[in-house]
Design a protein around this ligand. Structure first.
Ligand SMILES: [Zn+2]
Ligand SMILES: [Zn+2]
Ligand SMILES: [Zn+2]
Ligand SMILES: [Zn+2]
Length: 478
């Protein structure tokens, strides 16, 4: 063993003032000075490299039984695991060094600047391998349990791809563990931005398709949502959450069809009842108008109430998210398109909104509602084609198949949900519903509102939809 650390493998002479180069190869100072290109990696290592402190200490003791204390990482106080030597000559476990670099780009011992973690030190790895056998190379980073690591940030939907920039130290660590475990998945939950601290307990599992780690430790992750989940319990590990989750799936097809029929019947019956009541209570002199007395802007009370109670029965803990009035659209373009108060005089309404404002969506079948959404998507696509510079429709991308006989209804609605120009917090209820119909109804409600305001603008401004140039900071379409 002593021969390994006392002989230079380049010149076969004494390993005097051993240098570990940034490629992980160790040679004597003389050899490094003699050859311009590295004999191991053929590159030229131009940076200043200091002698390997650990190897020098081992050479000074030269008794194997006393190396135990020298082969100890200053960060974790365990024997080196994948020993990695910095150009300043200090050695750490590779994982310890990488974690330290998440927080500051410097050697954890002497604070010399260090941007990139070098590969493991080949000589020290061989020494540990020979002295202690296999156990040294075992990497016990991933806590071995079935809990799912959570990233708390934004919103994702099943079947919809997304790109995530991982820069926070805790998530860099989480991502490395996820990749090392071979599972290549983590849960994404939305941060509660407006009101409280913490995060929404409904989230989406992300399957990592491609991870590009930049030299400074940040990563660009391309992922696609696989399924929804609900967090049952979670606790912090190294700054991020490990969660026990339960999968959230839709009810089976038969149950969904039964609920749909029930809802359609209930909605028609209740409309018939209220029409009857309004006919009876109306003074005889006023001409009957078919338009119900629901205001143009503002949620439809019956619908909102219905939806809230559904969600509340299924998931009482998240029912409060439904109370956010959906009108809090924060696309600037909509406020541009929104008419001024005085324009909303009753006389002008029929002209401005050719389609009836109240559409009795609960009475329509789910497929009809989806057809309606598809029409809306086609309109957007046409608009995008004639206004290629408007970047606010960039997320439209290539839509999934839209025709009734080939489309995947579930996938299509997630895709449309992702496109809707609303804040992520308003979209959270979508993750909690267990029927496609509930999601379709909510998205339709958003779409109707969007279209009302859009058509108002169309009719008042000679078919000019607000373009990106008139509202340059239209950037919240997620
Ligand atoms: Zn040498
Ligand atoms: Zn080299
Ligand atoms: Zn360590
Ligand atoms: Zn150092």
């Amino acid at each position: 063993m002593a021969a390994i650390i006392n002989t230079c493998s380049t010149c076969q002479l004494a390993l005097v003032r051993p240098l570990t180069l940034p490629c992980g190869y160790t040679c004597c100072t003389n050899c490094h000075r003699k050859y311009t290109a590295c004999v191991s990696c053929d590159r030229t290592h131009t940076m200043t490299i200091n002698p390997n402190v650990t190897l020098q200490a081992m050479q000074a003791v030269d008794v194997e039984s006393k190396w135990d204390a020298i082969l100890e990482c200053a960060i974790c106080c365990n024997r080196f695991n994948l020993p990695t030597t910095t150009p300043c000559g200090h050695t750490f476990c590779r994982n310890c060094l990488v974690r330290s670099l998440d927080h500051q780009h410097a050697c954890p011992f002497c604070r010399d600047p260090l941007d990139v973690c070098p590969p493991p030190n080949q000589l020290l790895s061989a020494v540990i391998q020979q002295m202690f056998g296999e156990e040294a190379s075992a990497d016990g980073l991933e806590p071995s349990d079935d809990r799912i690591p959570l990233m708390v940030g934004s919103l994702a939907f099943p079947g919809v791809s997304c790109v995530i920039h991982v820069f926070e130290p805790r998530y860099r660590l989480m991502l490395r563990r996820v990749m090392q475990s071979g599972r290549r998945r983590f849960g994404l939950c939305l941060l509660k931005r407006k009101t409280e601290r913490g995060y929404y307990t409904y989230g989406t599992m992300l399957e990592l398709m491609h991870v590009q780690t930049l030299p400074d430790g940040r990563s660009i992750v391309e992922a696609v949502g696989s399924h929804r989940f609900h967090v049952v319990s979670a606790h912090l590990v190294d700054g991020y959450h490990l969660a026990e989750i339960e999968r959230v799936d839709d009810l089976d097809r038969e149950q969904q069809q039964m609920l749909e029929q029930q809802q359609i019947l209930r909605a028609s019956a209740s409309r018939a009842r209220s029409q009857q009541q309004s006919v009876e209570s109306r003074p005889p002199m006023i001409t009957a108008r078919p338009r119900p007395s629901v205001p143009l802007s503002g949620p439809r009370p019956a619908m909102i109430h219905q939806r809230r109670s559904w969600a509340h029965q299924a998931h009482p803990q998240t029912a409060q998210v439904n109370r956010a009035p959906w009108l809090q659209m924060h696309v600037r373009g909509l406020s541009v398109a929104r008419p001024k108060k005085q324009e909303q005089s009753p006389a002008s309404l029929p002209l401005l909104t050719p389609s009836p404002t109240v559409r009795h969506r609960e009475e329509s079948g789910t497929d009809e509602l989806i057809d309606d959404l598809v029409l809306f998507i086609r309109k957007l696509i046409r608009y995008k084609q004639s206004n290629p510079t408007s970047h606010w429709l960039a997320p439209l991308g290539d839509p999934p198949p839209l025709d009734r006989d080939v489309r995947d209804r579930v996938k299509l609605i997630w895709w449309i949900s992702n496109l809707m120009p609303l804040s992520e917090e308003e979209k959270i209820p979508l993750l909690t519903f267990r029927t496609l119909r509930e999601r379709v109804l909510l998205v339709t409600l958003w779409k109707d509102k969007f279209e009302d305001q859009w058509s108002l603008h169309l009719n008042t401004n000679n078919n000019n939809i607000p373009s990106a140039s008139s509202s340059p900071d239209l950037c919240c379409i997620s």
